[in-house]
Design a protein. Sequence first.
Lengths: 304, 262
Amino acid sequence: MSVISTERLTRRFGDVVAVRDLDLEILGGGVVGLVGPNGSGKSTLIRLLLGLIKPTSGTATVFGAPISHPLTYAARVGALVEGPAFVPTLSARTNLRSLARLRGIANRRVDEVLEAVGLLDRSKEPAKRFSLGMKQRLGIAAALLPDPELLVLDEPTNGLDPAGIVEIRTLLRRLGDEGRTVVVSSHLLSEIEAACDALAIVRFGDLLFSGPMSELVSRAGGCIEAQPEHIADVARLADLLASRGWTVSVREGDVLVDAPASQAADVNRAAAEAGMTLCALRPRNASLEDVFLRMTGTPREASA
Amino acid sequence: MIRVVRSELTRLGSPSLLLGGIGLMAFFGLLATVVVFVTAGSGSATLPGTQNITVAMLEAPDGMFAGLQTFAGMLGIVALVVWAMSATTDVSSGLIRLLVQAEPRRLLLLGGKIVALVVFTCAATLVATIMVMPMVQGLAKSAGVSTAAWQPQLVHTMITGYFHLTLCVLLWGVVGLCAGILTRSAGISIAIGIGYLLVFEGVLSMLLGSGQKWLPGAAFGAIASGGSADMAFTTALLLGAAYALAALVVAAVTFRRRDITA
């Protein structure tokens, strides 16, 4: 059974279409990544699913209930939307108690979630004294309060140090393995790649891909990385190869050619004929990031 | 509803709100009482809807409340600030996302917030009253005001005085909540409240002449005083309730329909 299902879901803000005719289905269990460049509609989609905003058109359900009646599923969902939010002068524990009382949850659950995110020892400190990473953990703790079947986390690793990122990734993995459905939005593709079982890629409100991670990576195939001797030739080489029919993208001084390794000699020959010397030419397997960049065509935003 | 109220009261227990709200109300209560007893009979101007205080008024059975009643608007402004901040902080901190997600019945959320703020405001007004009362005797003595008429109905006067004062303060709070929900900005809400009380209603009063008694500040002031020369207490109470109801309807409709984009 699908936990989340949308059908031609659209949300406009004036002239801006944040989510456009989105058809998406997320099945129960496991960690699902929601990926897209900044401003691609991820947070809007999450707000729609949580009943914080209303769709302009289209329909969606969560646990089979329409998003126009979020009360039906609110107790089964925990969420962290666009960063943690707390009363800064109250302690972490009091902040969580306030939310627990709102949901009718016993106080002992507060300590359980504080322990789960590694904040139990510092739970008496005011939230304003917390680092960004600690606030992020507190936000995740708040999302975990209702012991949710569906956990929706918007950029949960923002502001975390590498150790914190690994901790949260492990936590997400554990929650997913327990049978919960964890939807994680992020623009940090490495995080998604490491933690998720399935993926949905959105750009400017459009769904570009939805399915298992393995399907996306196998669909990606390989590419050739060509590096001109002079950095000034990067754009010229990209234009040249594109004019010869290859699909190319540029990243960090390299031209990525969407082609199998057997065509590396053709790429080299084309560059030489145009008077450009390549200082590196290597075949490589496409990473999730390559696929994402090819799909979204927004390397700068995606790698930000 | 009880869950929502308990949750709101937990957040209202924030030290800044406790110290700011209750502390300021007690401070203004003390200040108002001192000013009234020191300046009694001098004809100093007061706030809209209030009367200039004479020594005879201070010697009346409810004279001990003259300061709090005369400057009830100032205590009302403190309530307006607290109520407005309670509404706007939820938005500015992003907490509203968590609250609405946890309890999608927005009117229930708003209702719970109002009940919690009423409890908070009643407590703050009580603290202000309790702090003022012991000081009044000393002030009366130093100002040469006879307190003979105060004693026979002391408890009754204190209860009704507190009741009237609290009603007035609550009405200002409702205005603050409405302004906070509409503007989503604590600064703008507070500026609107203070600007209205201290400037705008004064200008309107000059334009309206005798019709000024129907304005919110005048009506709320009359409630605090248990009625005024211009308006009976019951009339003022009905008018105040009408203003509050209108503000609550506007706030509720706005809060229920608005997208949570914070």
